[in-house]
Design a protein around this ligand. Structure first.
Ligand code: AMP
Length: 251
């Protein structure tokens, strides 16, 4: 079984995002960019399934600018076998990404697509669900555990839900989205980064895939959140109650 893992290039999670001076978005020029952390977890899971013998090939896909190559190389250094870069604008919206991924699925015919549960730049949490809808496949979102039953062509997914976990069994092919507790991704070691340079990376254009990626979402403006007033430390419960009653006037 082949597994496709979509990986997005986003502002590194250690960097404090800055809003562009014209309020049109978040500054990415000269900012450290990395693989979306949930996508690292998705790559790790796909590589582990291959190591266990449940998968035969891991193909990573990124839709974005030329520099997304670096993200794909990192995924290959973690163990993915090959990569596809679909050139597009910097951060295409989820429906456009899902449509491109549907075209990639038609070309690659994987048994499973594992995405991150959300991209940390726009926090959409929508692409996996939209892809499953467009493909008419089952979906196991917010996966905390994934077990492939090779013999009967299904996958058991333990999902993180409010108040606990939910077990679902899906017929393959299926779409899975990775949650934080699914695994701890390995580091891409230097020798593996060197080796990944030799792995195949195919570059396509959206037009090659015949997909309409016209934007439907409009960003009206992006602004920093309002500065919060500094907190105060109280010495006792009585002082806390007094402040809540007389200063904050909330009780
Ligand atoms: P989102 O719905 O934007 O929160 O993204 C959910 C997941 O979809 C991400 O964790 C990625 O696995 C995938 N994804 C979103 N945008 C892209 C992109 N431009 N290229 C590749 N994968 C993407």
């Amino acid at each position: 079984m082949k597994i496709v893992v979509p990986v997005k290039r986003v502002v590194d999670y250690n960097i404090k995002p800055r809003v562009k001076a014209d309020g049109s978005g978040v500054e990415t020029a000269g900012v450290k960019m990395s693989m979306n952390p949930f996508d690292e977890i998705a790559v790790e899971e796909a590589v582990r399934l291959k190591e266990k013998g449940a998968a035969t090939e891991v193909v990573v896909v990124s839709i974005g600018v030329q520099q997304a190559q670096d993200t794909l190389r990192t995924a290959m250094a973690m163990g993915a076998d090959r990569a596809i870069l679909v050139l597009a604008e910097e951060s295409p919206e989820p429906l456009a990404v899902a449509k491109v991924l549907k075209a990639i699925v038609a070309k690659e015919e994987p048994g499973m697509v594992i995405l991150g549960k959300q991209a940390i730049d726009d926090d959409m949490n929508a692409t996996g669900q939209m892809l499953a809808g467009l493909l008419g496949w089952g979906q196991g979102t917010f996966a905390g555990k994934v077990e492939v039953e090779v013999a009967d062509g299904s996958v058991r997914v333990s999902r993180e839900i409010d108040g606990g976990t939910e077990e679902v069994s899906l017929k393959l092919p299926a779409v899975i989205t990775a949650d934080l507790r699914l695994n701890e991704p390995r580091y891409a070691s230097l020798p593996n980064i060197m080796k990944a340079r030799k792995k195949p990376l195919e570059t396509l254009n959206v037009a090659d895939l015949g997909v309409d990626t016209t934007r439907r979402l409009t960003v009206i403006s992006v602004a920093e959140p309002a500065q919060r007033a500094a907190g105060v430390k109280v010495g006792s419960v009585a002082e806390l109650v007094e402040k809540l009653r007389n200063e904050a006037k909330v009780i």
